[in-house]
Ligand binder design. Structure first.
Ligand SMILES: Cc1cc2nc3c(=O)[nH]c(=O)nc-3n(C[C@H](O)[C@H](O)[C@H](O)COP(=O)(O)OP(=O)(O)OC[C@H]3O[C@@H](n4cnc5c(N)ncnc54)[C@H](O)[C@@H]3O)c2cc1C
Length: 402
């Protein structure tokens, strides 16, 4: 389904026959709000991002894997197609962002090594290989010895591995910082405020502080032609306030950062099935390794638990034994914005002046370039990019009853 809209839905202001810039308010400055803001500014819009802690949501905890094939699961073909399309945009996205911000945006393009700890885990790998072969995705089955030539720090006791070459990773904190700087350089504004959309005469006319207490900058309303709700898992409450049903729930993920004694312990993303449990290890250019992650449907609880830290460390050390000597730099959790069908919700939602961009679950970093393009297309009244039409909010449409 195409999400093409007539321009009048989110109009460019016309005063005395002269077009002025479309004003866009973005509620939420995670990867999705920031990437959208940057693309809108590049297209000539005037943009304000409202967020009390820019980059502090799930984006701050994310590992940064851009791994459409490794994430693929049976029955989620639309997500795979969108993920492939977005991953293909990442090299240009990173290059342009680095140019606009003057900061490095490093894309590690060494692929993913998917390893099995025992013979049952090998069956998991075989299943993934079959799925990828069915979709004509490149995947190589490697004996463990070949895997250890690529990654010498891997345990010699592994049962098997797959190499998926066309995958990459970024550091989401580095990306968020570059987006912040690029947005400011292009004239975008930030307001450190907890906000909500403002409805007048059936149209959203911008965003206002959620309460006086939520407004430390003392500012009032932020008027806009288009308001984008990009508040991660909290978007559902923002939408409910307008009588809309946007089904997003928090899905907790706990993650660790380790600093190994030697640099370059790993060179690429390593995913592993360890006696039936999944773990991933993502190296950063700083030498740190991110180890993740749990997936817990426990509501908006961002605590870090001893059991999760134990399991993540146990599985990581089983795959890369020398990590037992690493310094545990950080343990944290983030709340992924999850939807019932694992696809994000991006587009107009039936109230003039309003666009939603949220619900990216496990894949918000991966899907950021395609999502930002879809938001831009929606604001400009242009056709949705290919594969982003699967994100249309109408698939869940019903208004909240009284
Ligand atoms: C442990 C973990 C690992 C992950 N690893 C990966 C990965 O490897 N690859 C990948 O692609 N994805 C990964 N993800 C998923 C990814 O982090 C999310 O999909 C992505 O961050 C969602 O981005 P977002 O901008 O929608 O939400 P968030 O990053 O959560 O940002 C939402 C922002 O909205 C703000 N906000 C909320 N309510 C309001 C309000 N009322 N007013 C103003 N601001 C508001 C918040 O302060 C926050 O800054 C991971 C997630 C976790 C938790």
């Amino acid at each position: 389904m195409s999400t093409t809209r007539p321009l009048s839905r989110h109009p460019v202001l016309v005063e005395s026959g002269v077009s002025t810039r479309t004003r866009v308010a973005i509620v939420g400055g995670g990867i999705i709000g920031l990437a959208s803001a940057w693309q809108l500014l590049r297209a000539g819009c005037a943009v304000t991002v409202l967020d009390p802690s820019v980059g502090g949501g799930a984006t701050n905890a994310a590992a940064g894997m851009i791994t459409p094939s490794s994430e693929a699961t049976f029955g989620h073909e639309a997500l795979l197609a969108a993920s492939i399309a977005s991953a293909a945009r990442w090299p240009t996205f990173a290059e342009q962002l680095s140019a606009d911000s003057g900061l490095p945006v490093e894309l590690c393009r060494e692929g993913t090594l998917f390893v099995a700890a025992d013979h049952d885990d090998e069956l998991v790998l075989a299943r993934q290989a079959r799925l990828l072969e069915r979709h004509h995705r490149s995947v190589d089955r490697l004996p463990s010895r070949a895997a250890r030539r690529l990654e010498p720090a891997l345990s010699p006791r592994l049962a098997g591995s797959l190499l998926i070459e066309d995958e990459s990773s970024v550091d989401p904190r580095q990306v968020a910082q570059a987006l912040r700087v690029a947005i400011t350089r292009l004239g975008g504004e930030f307001r450190r405020v907890h906000a909500r959309p403002q409805l007048r005469a059936g149209r959203v006319i911008g965003a206002v502080p959620a309460s006086e207490a939520a407004c430390p900058d003392g500012g009032g309303p932020c008027h806009a032609d288009v308001t984008v709700l990009a508040g991660g898992w909290a978007t559902t409450d923002l939408a409910t306030g307008l009588g809309l049903h946007v089904p997003i729930r928090p899905l907790k993920g706990q993650v660790l950062r380790l600093r190994p004694a030697a640099p370059d312990v790993l060179h690429r993303v390593v995913r592993a099935s360890v006696h039936g449990r999944f773990v991933y290890l993502v190296p950063r250019s700083s030498g740190e390794v991110v180890v993740g992650a749990t997936s817990e449907d426990v509501g908006p609880d961002a605590s870090v638990t001893a059991g999760a830290v134990h399991d993540l460390l146990h599985d990581a050390i089983e795959i890369v034994p020398e990590l037992s000597e690493a310094v545990l730099v950080e343990s944290l959790s983030g709340l992924r914005p999850a939807t019932p069908d694992n696809l994000p919700i991006v587009g107009a939602v039936g109230i003039d002046g309003l666009v939603v961009a949220a619900g990216h679950g496990r894949d918000g970093i991966l899907l950021a370039p395609l999502t930002a393009e879809a938001v831009l297309a929606e604001v400009l009244g242009q056709p949705s990019p290919q594969h982003a039409d699967h994100f249309a909010p109408q698939r869940f449409s019903r208004t909240e009853g009284p």
